[in-house]
Design a protein around this ligand. Structure first.
Ligand SMILES: *Cc1c(COP(=O)(O)O)cnc(C)c1O
Length: 398
C-alpha cells in the first residue's frame, strides 16, 4: 500500500507509480539501467559516511553496485508497497529468494518446518545444503492448519509456507498457522509466487516474510529471472543483512525488466484470472478430465479458505486426466499450437506440461492414477485457447 493525497492507493496504481522518480532522471519515465560496481564520492566525508541503505530524493544514496543502485531501488520500493512490508531485497532468481528467506532464520542445530507441497528445488535445498550444515527439515501436510503447534520444537527456527502448493495447489490456512507461530515465537516465511504479491497479502495475514519468483508475473514476459524477499518491520534488518552477507544481488538489466514488467501487473493479472477460471471450468466439464485443481473453483478442497484470504487467482492450475495411454497424451501435447511446453510460467503466453510429483511428496504420497497436468493460461483470447485444447482432446481420444 502506498498513499497519495492522504488516501491509500489501489494496487494497480501502486504497481504503476510506486518507486519511480522520473524527475531524478531528466523526466524519463522508467529508471535508467545503471551498470555499476564503483560508485564515486565527491568528498572524504561522504565516502567515510557511506551507507548501503536507502536513497534520497537526489539518488545519491547508492554505495556500491552489489548493495543496490537506483535501478534496483524502484523495484524494491514497489514490491514492498504491494506486499505491505517494511523492506524488500532482490535476488537473481526466485529460488535465490526462497533460500535467502530460509537462510535468514536458520541457526546451527536448528529445525525447520516445510510443507510437503513445497516447490521441489526448495526441498532439494533443504535435503541437501541445509542437511549438510546440520539443520533438520521436517515436512508437514500443507492442510495442517493450527495442528502445526504439535510439530514446533524448542529448536524450530522457521515455518516455511507455500500457498497454493506447487503442482498440486493445496491452500494453506495462513491465519491459523501464523497465530500458532506467533504464540510460540517462531517466524514464518512464504513463497508467494502464485499470488504475485497481488492476489495474496501474506504479511497482512501474519506471515513475517514473503518471497516471490519475480521471474513469473512481475517480469511477466519470460525474458528475465529475479526474486524478491519482503519482510515486515521486525525481520527486515535480519533479511537485509543476510542478503548483504550472501552477496546475491540482482543484475541491472534484469532489475530493469522486472520493474518494467511490474508496471502492467494490474492489467495482466485480472486477464490471467478471468481466462484461467474460464478454461478451468471448461476443462471441468470435459469427459477426458478426472479432476481440475483450481482454488477458485467450488470443487477445490481449499476453496473456502482461498475465498477468505485471496482476492483473485493467477493463470496457473492443475488438472488430472482420466487414465490414458502415453502415446495419446504425447499426441495431444505435441500437436498443441498455442500452448508451449516448458518450465516457468507467469509470462503472457500459455503453457502446458505433464507433472510428476511421486518423488516430490514424503508426507502424503500422490495416488491419482491419471496423468497430472500443469497448465498456465496466458493473455491470449480464451476462445482460441479452448479451440486448441479441444483439438488436443480429439487427438487424446483418437
Ligand atoms: C519458479 C518458482 C520458483 C523459482 O523461481 P526461479 O526464478 O525459476 O528460480 C520458486 N517458487 C515457485 C512457486 C516457483 O514456481
Amino acid at each position: 500500500m502506498d498513499t497519495k493525497y492522504g488516501k491509500a492507493l489501489h494496487d494497480d496504481t501502486v504497481a504503476i507509480h510506486t518507486g519511480r522518480r522520473p524527475h531524478a532522471h531528466y523526466g524519463v519515465v522508467n529508471p535508467p539501467v545503471y551498470h555499476a560496481s564503483t560508485i564515486l564520492h565527491e568528498t572524504v566525508d561522504s565516502w567515510e559516511n557511506r551507507s548501503p541503505r536507502r536513497y534520497t530524493e537526489d539518488e545519491r544514496g547508492a554505495m556500491y553496485g552489489r548493495v543496490g543502485t537506483p535501478t534496483l531501488f524502484p523495484l524494491e520500493e514497489a514490491i514492498t508497497a504491494l506486499e505491505g512490508g517494511a523492506d524488500t531485497v532482490l535476488t537473481p532468481s526466485g529460488l535465490g529468494a526462497n533460500t535467502l528467506g530460509i537462510l535468514s532464520f536458520v541457526e546451527k542445530g536448528g529445525h525447520i518446518l516445510v510443507p510437503d507441497s513445497v516447490y521441489f528445488p526448495v526441498r532439494k535445498f533443504c535435503d541437501g545444503v541445509l542437511a549438510r550444515i546440520g539443520i533438520e527439515t521436517e515436512y508437514y501436510d500443507p492442510h495442517i492448519g493450527a495442528g502445526i503447534d504439535a510439530l514446533i520444537r524448542a529448536n524450530t527456527n522457521l515455518i516455511w509456507l507455500e500457498s497454493p502448493g506447487s503442482l498440486t495447489f493445496e491452500i494453506q490456512d495462513l491465519p491459523a498457522i501464523t497465530a500458532v507461530a506467533k504464540a510460540r515465537g517462531v517466524p514464518t516465511a512464504i513463497d508467494n509466487t502464485w499470488g504475485a504479491g497481488y492476489y495474496l497479502k501474506p504479511l497482512l495475514l501474519g506471515v513475517d516474510v514473503s518471497t516471490q519468483a519475480a521471474t513469473k508475473y512481475i517480469v511477466g514476459h519470460s525474458d528475465a529471472m529475479a526474486g524478491t524477499v519482503t519482510a515486515n518491520a521486525t525481520h527486515a534488518e535480519r533479511v537485509r543483512s543476510t542478503w548483504m552477507g550472501l552477496g546475491n544481488t540482482l543484475g541491472p538489466d534484469d532489475a530493469y525488466l522486472a520493474q518494467r514488467g511490474l508496471r502492467t501487473l494490474g492489467t495482466r493479472m485480472p486477464r490471467h484470472y478471468e481466462n484461467g477460471v474460464r478454461i478451468a471450468r471448461w476443462l471441468e466439464a470435459r469427459p477426458e478430465v478426472a479432476r481440475v485443481i483450481h482454488p477458485a473453483l467450488e470443487s477445490h478442497p481449499g476453496h473456502a479458505i482461498w475465498k477468505r484470504d485471496f482476492t483473485g487467482a493467477c493463470g496457473l492450475f492443475g488438472f488430472i486426466l482420466k487414465p490414458s495411454e502415453r502415446a495419446q497424451i504425447v499426441s495431444m501435447m505435441e500437436g498443441l499450437q498455442l500452448f508451449g511446453m516448458g518450465a516457468s510460467w507467469g509470462g503472457y503466453e500459455s503453457l502446458m506440461t505433464t507433472s510428476n510429483v511421486t518423488k516430490a511428496r514424503s508426507v502424503s504420497p500422490w495416488q491419482e492414477p491419471g496423468q497430472l497436468m500443469r497448465i498456465h493460461i496466458g493473455l491470449e483470447n480464451a476462445d482460441d485457447l479452448i479451440a486448441d485444447l479441444e483439438a488436443g482432446f480429439e487427438r487424446l481420444a483418437g
